[in-house]
Design a protein around this ligand. Structure first.
Ligand code: SF4
Length: 344
């Protein structure tokens, strides 16, 4: 009788998607593709992968770049901590591993931003080590295949699924198996409307027999969404404007943006706040106001307005971050602001 691993790898041999990072065994490129594809659709990640490998063909060139260059290249992908970690880990490879990408699970796992999933993916795809990956697709496929009601977002659940994934892993071709189960989850055993009618595992699928497909996998917590109200001050003085670099401890760390006042207050009360006055001063003219489409992040919903303001002179705070308007496009900004800048 064929094992689940046999059926999946056989399915993959016939149906696997051809993607640029699957043509290589270079651990650097595999790592790059894995980081880019976390939280990103393949169609969008593809261009970024090509752009990164062209600009930084190896780990040494990525390590030698400055952070602003890496963030600018990453612009539009979101979850910018991935780019910062990527850059820091490249430097770690240079300093701690003599420029050679590590080749054991523990050493790969020690790189900045690399968790169990990414370490397993790199070790199996680059070195064919028997390390099972567990991502959202794998949770879904296994939860349905074995009809598991244990929530996937608890310590016990994660342990159970990790063990099951390792048990199901085909030892003969771990690299192919890992790609197969992820592709299978992404294209056939999808979150809604899985294609059970053409599924090669349909006979073994316990959730199908039990009629519980729609309830698998189970999640314990429902993510809470936080609403935030942003007021961006697009201050113009002659041919200069103001761009401020975001600090640590919040979204979009290290990216640039117009001075931001985060407040539930709206105009005219907003204009009297200390923060607003410190950026704009007392002598200013409102040229226009644009409400941006609401911006959804994984746990936050941002409601932003941009105020276009003309001033005869910058306040000291604004002057410290003034830049030529013609150079605004050189700075890495969030996708929210990028859309505003492109629409002007
Ligand atoms: S039968 Fe349906 S639910 Fe079960 S593994 Fe196949 S696609 Fe997924």
């Amino acid at each position: 009788m064929h094992t689940v691993a046999d059926i999946l790898t056989d399915w993959y041999d016939r149906n696997g998607r051809s993607l640029p990072w699957r043509e290589t065994r270079d651990p650097y490129r595999i790592w790059l593709s894995e980081v880019i594809l976390q939280q990103t659709r393949v169609a969008q990640g593809w261009n970024y992968y090509l752009r990164f490998t062209e600009r930084f063909p190896d780990v040494a060139s990525l390590a030698a770049a400055d952070e602003d260059t890496v963030l600018k290249l990453w612009q539009g992908l979101g979850y910018y901590s991935r780019a910062r970690n990527l850059h820091a880990a490249a430097r770690q490879v240079m300093t701690e591993f003599g420029g050679h990408f590590p080749d054991t699970f523990e050493a790969v796992r020690s790189l900045r931003g690399v968790g169990d999933y990414t370490a397993a993916a790199i070790c199996s795809l680059a070195y064919d080590r028997p390390c099972a990956v567990v991502d959202g697709n794998v949770y879904r496929v296994l939860a349905r295949l074995y009809d598991i009601a244990e929530p996937i977002d608890t310590g016990a659940g994660r342990k159970l699924f990790a063990a099951l994934a390792q048990e199901t892993l085909g030892k003969a071709r771990p690299s192919t198996y890992n790609q197969a189960i992820m592709d299978f989850g992404a294209t056939l055993c999808t979150p809604t409307q899985p294609r059970c009618d053409v599924c090669p595992l349909a006979e073994q699928c316990a959730a199908r027999a039990a009629g519980t497909i729609a309830e698998r996998p189970v999640k314990k917590s429902v993510a809470k969404i936080r609403n935030r109200r942003f007021h961006y001050l697009h201050i113009v003085c002659g041919d200069r404007t103001v761009l401020h670099r975001r600090g640590a401890g919040d979204i979009w760390q290290g990216l640039y943006e117009f001075p931001l006042v985060e407040s539930e207050l709206d105009a005219p009360e907003l204009y009297a706040t200390e923060e607003f006055c410190s950026w704009v001063g007392n002598d200013w003219k409102l040229l226009g106001k644009v409400d941006l489409p609401k911006h959804q992040l994984s746990h936050q919903l941002i409601f932003a307005t941009v105020y276009r303001i003309e001033v005869p002179a910058f306040t000291p705070e604004a002057a410290a971050c003034a830049v030529p308007i013609a150079e605004v496009g050189d700075y890495a900004v969030s996708r929210l602001l990028e859309r505003y800048l492109l629409s002007k």
